[in-house]
Design a protein around this ligand. Structure first.
Ligand code: ZN
Length: 233
């Protein structure tokens, strides 16, 4: 965010201190000592001064990875923005979650690697949803998928209930919405595989997956995220 004449307020996600805000003084001057390093989606080694105010002050910054290709691909850039937004909303406190930091770096790295390709996979709706499922896992909110979240039945799982926190069986389906086999497969595979090994999923299945993630977050974290991908057309 621009601030005052030449300053900027940065929202940072850190491995040791979670989400923090810091002011970078003079960063918008042509000859700033930060020299264009404090830009969105940069991975940095940063020095922060902690004064009496809640806002930290940036005193030094070195680039670890600027993810330069990501910036030349509109789809990858949009996906990076949604990924950072999801992390910022779900992990908005100073509680450290180094696993979340690593996951975000991995996703930004993938978007950078795949940028310029025809429809980078990580930037698609499936890639964004696989990333969100792993965020749920890191937040301790992974949906229960192995058995009915209400009664424990392991067969005839037909729906998903945000309130119950996972899949539900035919007897417990009140208040749930249908979750087909393809969506179920996508969720179990995405949770069990690295981000690079993206499971396949058609539009209908991905729609159900996104609804399951949204319902889980609304019920258990009172958080609403941006849509996982831009609307088509
Ligand atoms: Zn049940």
């Amino acid at each position: 965010m621009r601030y005052g004449e030449a300053d900027r307020i940065l929202h940072l996600y850190t491995p040791a201190r979670g989400r923090v805000s810091a002011i970078a003084k003079g960063v918008r001057r042509a000859r700033s000592r930060f020299g264009g390093r404090l830009e969105p989606y940069f991975r940095l080694s940063i020095e922060l001064h902690e004064g009496r105010s809640e806002l930290l002050t940036v005193t030094g910054a070195q680039t670890i990875d600027a993810y330069p290709r990501l910036r030349s691909d509109a789809a990858a850039l949009d996906a990076a923005s949604r990924a950072c937004d999801a992390v910022g909303r779900l992990f908005e406190t100073s509680e450290p979650h180094p696993g979340v930091f690593n996951l975000l770096c991995r996703q930004l790295g993938l978007l950078d690697e795949q940028a310029g390709a025809d429809g980078p996979a990580a930037a698609g709706r499936g890639g964004a949803l696989a990333f969100r499922l792993k965020l749920l896992l890191a937040a301790g909110l992974a949906p229960q998928l192995g058995a009915c979240a209400n009664c424990g039945e392991v067969e005839h799982l037909v729906g998903f209930s945000g309130a119950a926190g996972g899949v539900v069986c035919g007897a417990c389906e009140a208040g749930s919405f249908p979750l087909g086999e393809e969506a179920y497969g996508f969720m179990t595979q995405a949770l069990g595989r690295p981000l690079t090994d993206l499971p396949a999923g058609g539009d209908g299945a991905l729609g159900q997956v996104e609804r399951a993630i949204s319902a889980t977050l609304e019920h258990h974290a009172h958080v609403r995220l941006m849509p996982a991908a831009p609307a088509l057309g």
